[in-house]
Design a protein around this ligand. Structure first.
Ligand SMILES: [Zn+2]
Length: 334
């Protein structure tokens, strides 16, 4: 290990030393909509007992959920479905809700029951309450993994699924396969005064967003942040901090949200972005207001289902706090 490296595989002095204080507060984001009840995945009798009164999300082969007449989630009980070839053995066990009700996901083609229509996950994310949208996202991510892991990556043998649908086992070589999630960073980059926004080719006109990119093998998240920002916009990141994450099941990513401080370099785009530029706080505030009232000019931001939007608001809040403190008005307040 090189001198001064805090641990293996990162450069010496990769992290700023010292922690001013360990302020960790209660964090609602620690809690999911369901208790995933991992222990029950190994207990077929318990899953069978939950099935009768459990709610079952029905997904078609494209990952759309069955919905009722009002466009809300259609999730019949296991009892209502048990006439078809489906059942707790064919379903994915998602977990239990706070009332103890089991939630499952099942391929819609395995049952004769159906709702009034189908809805895709992106639309549901914008319309449904967090509870239903979160369950749909979990079900869709698992379904997508299973659709693409029907054969073993080691020997090509057929894979069967166990543990409530959460584990694949190769029938030929016995290899185990687990659900995959691909990590990606998404980052609000500031030079201390302005926010860096870019736009990809093919996006709706004027749409801008913070930058994002996939983590590559063998790098830290911090290295991904610095590399992606340099590759996409030619801006040099000096440091970054993790703020929060969002499952992004389109189809199987986890977005890791950061805020980064960078040199005030003039953005230069490569292959990935059509354009990138620094925006003043007032311009960003005006862009956020355009959702409700578009004046037809200036950038538009991503929809509010994305952590991208939340990161922009986190930066704006921080900018406003700093501005308050700089003019002396914020001293001693909160
Ligand atoms: Zn195999």
């Amino acid at each position: 290990m090189s001198a001064g490296a805090p641990f293996a595989f990162v450069a010496a002095g990769a992290y700023a030393t010292g922690v001013a204080s360990l302020e960790i507060a209660d964090e609602p984001a620690c809690h999911g909509v369901l208790d995933r009840a991992d222990a029950l995945r190994d207990d077929p009798a318990a899953l069978a007992a939950l099935w009768s009164d459990g709610r079952v999300v029905l997904l078609d082969a494209e990952g759309n959920a069955s919905v009722g007449h009002e466009g809300a989630l259609f999730a019949p009980t296991g009892r209502e479905l048990s006439e078809g070839p489906g059942g707790p053995g064919a379903a994915i066990f998602l977990g239990r809700d706070p009332a103890g009700t089991g939630w499952f996901a099942l391929d819609a083609e395995l049952t004769a029951a159906g709702g009034a229509g189908r809805l895709d996950l992106r639309t549901a994310a914008a319309r449904w309450p967090a509870f239903e949208a979160g369950i749909f996202a979990q079900a869709r991510a698992l379904q997508h993994w299973r659709q693409r892991h029907r054969h073993c990556g080691a020997c090509g043998g057929a894979v069967t699924f166990t543990r409530g649908g959460w584990q694949g086992r190769c029938e030929d070589c016995g290899s185990d396969h687990y659900p995959r999630t691909d990590p990606a960073v998404i980052v609000a980059v500031t030079d201390g005064r302005r926010l860096l926004l870019g736009r990809q080719r093919g996006w709706p006109a004027r749409r801008h967003s913070v930058l994002a990119g996939f983590v590559e093998p063998g790098e830290t998240l911090e290295q991904t942040v610095a590399r992606e920002v340099l590759e996409e916009a030619g801006v040099r990141v000096r440091g970054c901090r993790y703020l929060g994450s969002q499952p992004w099941p389109f189809p199987g990513q986890l977005m890791l949200g950061f805020i980064a401080i960078a040199e005030p370099d003039t953005p230069v785009t490569g292959d990935e972005l059509e354009s990138a530029a620094w925006f003043e706080a007032d311009e960003v505030r005006a862009a956020m207001a355009r959702d409700a009232d578009d004046d037809g000019r200036g950038p538009l931001l991503s929809t509010s289902i994305s952590i991208s939007r939340w990161l922009v608001s986190q930066w704006l809040d921080a900018f406003d706090r700093d501005a308050l403190q700089a003019c002396g008005a914020g001293g001693g307040s909160r």
